[in-house]
Design a protein around this ligand. Structure first.
Ligand SMILES: NC(=O)C1=CN([C@@H]2O[C@H](COP(=O)(O)OP(=O)(O)OC[C@H]3O[C@@H](n4cnc5c(N)ncnc54)[C@H](O)[C@@H]3O)[C@@H](O)[C@H]2O)C=CC1
Ligand SMILES: O=C(O)/C=C/C=C(\O)C(=O)O
Length: 486
């Protein structure tokens, strides 16, 4: 990827529009310029996707699946370029990028190629009447994604949208255009038909994001990001009643029971609170720990938080990454200050680290462990999206469930216990779309993925993705005259 990022329209790079700066989160230095799409560039991208639609949707599903496998193979051939692009944009550690972000991108294409083969079509044959459904693509799909898992999240939507016969226009986050620029190069290099995958860059409101979702040639919108943004997008597509699939914010709870394997629960909490700098919608920000093990759990979690390593992304031992931007770092630090104002006790972190080198210009914050706040405090209610959690004690299972459910969000939850019946009972009582027991972020791409309440609308994953990205049409044929119509 060069340090000038262009759009990708109709199979070609398009260098149009003003440019804006991109910054290295590790040092805060400007490292790239990105073209911003205005309405006319967005219009060209949507027109290119529209023009490609008949040819692409007219392919046999197996032919589209073969393209998805080719994309996955080509991603693996350009693996290190994608790793470098993702690290340059986000400051993620090389270990995480090599084991999670980029392999998941290839898996997103490969797995939907397989899942498409199993997508159900129904046929009901009553006496003298045959009813069956065929699935048709929605048309041109707008894919709007955030900066925290740029490649993983974009491909999670592009794969099923394409395999279902749609064409797409992707708008990556303004902070992280790099890996989509490499994917565009990959698509061109394998000869993916022009216009099937298009990429436009820019911001959200008043820029490429808003122009894209509002465009009358866009038939559906899939979005991952903040709940408020989901709500804004919903308003802008309401007039045309476009289908939306939203995976939004979270304020995820983790419940640790006294009968849990405490070593596993502490290590699980380290992963679920601090992975990706806490910048994953699935991260745990509220922990509830049964009182007999509360003190030990807090001390051990705080100790592990202090051990996390703020190295350079390229150092394989690095375990803490910077926040994505100066603005987001300031937002996270404002919550650290708010926690103090609200009366929290800080067991680890609470500020920004100093390095004495060029990383002092970057966007780092300390991994932070808090206690002592009431459940109604803002720190316990609002999504912070940083490496921070609040830990509170509980005395009874029902109390723990009630505390976990005391949230406007309902994306994910974790339960740590050695009791099988408690695991099922509690998991079935939690108001969240995704519940992990004695683990966190263990993914099977065939399962439904998404949240309840402010955390989203609909589910993607497995055939649920294909359900969203296609429309069933029911065809009913009267085979014999004389049957009464209903
Ligand atoms: N839960 C989650 O998955 C995520 C939550 N966040 C939270 O959101 C806060 C804001 O971060 P942002 O990057 O601004 O997230 P965001 O949700 O506003 O942006 C995500 C994507 O939506 C686009 N967008 C924004 N407004 C739009 C609009 N009106 N129409 C169409 N596209 C639009 C953006 O350009 C970006 O590509 C963060 O501080 C963080 O707390 C951010 C990223 C992911
Ligand atoms: O699909 C996954 O594995 C992860 C999804 C994570 C998000 O949607 C997020 O952090 O926004």
């Amino acid at each position: 990827m060069s340090d000038l990022v262009t759009h990708f329209i109709g199979g070609l790079p398009v260098a149009e529009g003003e440019t804006f700066a991109g910054y290295d989160p590790v040092t805060g230095r400007e490292v790239r310029r990105v073209h911003e799409a205005d309405r006319s560039v967005v219009d060209r991208a949507v027109s290119a996707a529209r023009a490609a639609l008949p040819g692409w949707s007219g392919l046999q599903a197996a032919e589209r699946a073969a393209w998805m496998r080719r994309l996955a193979d080509a991603i693996e051939e350009r693996f290190e370029d994608l790793v470098a692009a993702e690290i340059a944009d986000t400051g993620k550690s090389i270990t995480q990028t090599r084991t999670l972000d980029i392999p998941r991108g290839a898996a997103n294409f490969r797995s939907f190629a397989e899942i498409a083969a199993q997508h159900p079509e129904n046929a009901f044959h009553l006496k003298d009447v045959l009813s069956y459904t065929v699935r048709r693509p929605l048309g041109v799909v707008a894919v709007i994604v955030p900066w925290n898992l740029p490649f993983l999240l974009a491909t999670w939507k592009i794969g099923p949208a394409l395999v279902a016969g749609n064409t797409v226009v992707v708008k990556p986050s303004e902070h992280t255009p790099g890996s989509m620029a490499v994917l565009a190069e990959i698509a061109a290099s394998i000869g993916l038909p022009p216009g099937v995958l298009n990429v436009v860059n820019g911001f959200g409101p008043g820029s490429a994001g808003q122009f894209l979702v509002e465009h009358p040639g866009v038939d559906a919108v899939t979005f991952t990001g903040e709940s408020r943004t989901g709500s804004a997008i919903m308003k802008s597509v309401a007039d045309r009643v476009k289908p939306v699939s939203f995976e939004l914010g979270g304020k995820n709870a983790g419940l640790v029971f006294a009968d849990a394997d405490l070593d596993a629960a502490v290590e699980g909490a380290v992963r679920s609170v601090f992975t990706n700098g806490g910048q994953v919608c699935l991260c745990t920000e509220r922990l509830y720990v049964e009182r007999p093990v509360f003190g030990e759990f807090v001390a051990r979690l705080a100790g592990r938080a202090r051990e996390l390593a703020f190295g350079r992304p390229q150092d394989e031992h690095t375990t803490m990454m910077p926040m994505i931007s100066a603005e987001h770092r300031d937002k996270v630090l404002s919550y650290y200050a708010l926690a103090e104002d609200e009366g929290a006790e800080i067991h680890a972190g609470g500020g920004a680290p100093r390095f004495g080198d060029d990383r002092d210009g970057g966007y780092y914050v300390e991994p932070t462990v808090l206690t002592g706040l009431p459940s109604g405090s803002r720190v316990n209610r609002e999504e912070i999206f940083g490496p921070v959690c609040h830990v509170a004690p509980f005395d009874a299972e029902a109390e723990a469930v009630a505390l976990a459910n005391e949230s406007e969000y309902g994306l994910a939850a974790t339960v740590w216990t050695s009791s099988l019946s408690r695991a099922h009972r509690v998991a079935q009582s939690l108001e969240a779309g995704l519940i992990w027991v004695n683990t966190w972020y263990l993914r099977d791409l065939r399962t439904p993925f998404g949240g309840v309440k402010l955390s989203g609308i609909g589910r993607e994953g497995g055939t649920r993705s294909l359900d969203f990205y296609s429309e069933p049409t029911t065809i009913t044929i009267k085979l014999e005259p004389g049957r009464a119509e209903i």
